[in-house]
Design a protein around this ligand. Structure first.
Ligand code: SF4
Length: 244
């Protein structure tokens, strides 16, 4: 694999406007996917209703999968539909999703989304975003208070089946370490770059593989570079031992 991973924004722009550079970049990403896929079981893409996916992703912010799903199950058990959640007494939704953490903030975001959708659409539904293209859908979703680009990308990827790579904390960290994005690139900038350089058919798979890699090998505090299938092409190999 080439070792020119660590590039500036300007260098990346030149690389991506050159057809040969674009092809090399895509090839490098294919190799990363192939190596990571050897070590991880294939995952099945679950398709949810867009509004369910948005609310589930709001619940998943800054918590573990287990706690997120505890909050989600409690919410679904308490209310037969989203209208019922809107009609709940003040504080009840917050109390219901407490297992997911940050319940005050998350309940305000969820009720804000539901209330605006009911006002705009007549009922809480996100079905209307199926007609929008990717950038229009991201712009629409990030217009809701408390909904960021990652959350919007999850809705596009998991509910609409679009070829979009959501950038969570693992994807962001590993993209930085591998030099797929310039050093200090924000999560939003990383979203923009990865959704430009990763071939569309690999975006979902790369998202899942990087999360698995980030949880098991390239962890935030102590990456296990000695066990990493990408060690020979990673500019940050040995980072935890002060290597680079
Ligand atoms: S070599 Fe280390 S820093 Fe690089 S991707 Fe692997 S675990 Fe992460």
């Amino acid at each position: 694999m080439p070792d020119d991973f660590d590039v500036s924004d300007e260098e990346r722009r030149k690389l991506m406007t050159d057809p040969a550079g674009r092809q090399n970049e895509a090839q490098r990403i294919r190799q990363i996917v192939a190596r990571l896929a050897r070590a991880q079981p294939a995952s099945r893409k679950v398709r949810r209703d867009p509004l369910d996916e948005l609310i589930l992703t709001i619940l998943s912010q800054s918590t573990s999968d287990a706690n997120c799903y505890r909050g989600w199950e409690a919410l679904r058990a308490k209310y037969p539909d989203w209208e019922a959640a809107l009609a709940a007494p003040p504080g009840e939704v917050e109390e219901t999703i407490r297992p997911a953490g940050l319940s005050k903030q998350k309940s305000a975001t969820i009720l804000g989304v539901l209330s605006r959708l009911r006002n705009e659409q007549g009922s809480p539904t996100l079905d209307q975003i199926q007609t929008l293209d990717d950038s229009e859908a991201v712009e629409y979703l990030t217009g809701f208070k408390g909904v960021g680009v990652k959350t919007a990308a999850c809705v596009l990827c998991f509910a609409l089946g679009r070829d979009v790579i959501p950038v969570d904390t693992h994807v962001h960290r590993i993209a930085l370490r591998l030099g797929l994005v310039p050093e200090n690139a924000s999560a939003v900038r990383t979203h923009e770059i990865l959704n430009e350089i990763v071939p569309p058919e690999l975006r979902y798979e790369l998202h899942v593989l990087l999360i698995g890699h980030g949880r098991s090998v390239c962890t935030a505090r102590k990456p296990r570079c000695g066990e990493c299938d990408l060690a020979d092409c990673c500019p940050k190999v040995g980072i935890h031992t002060g290597g680079r």
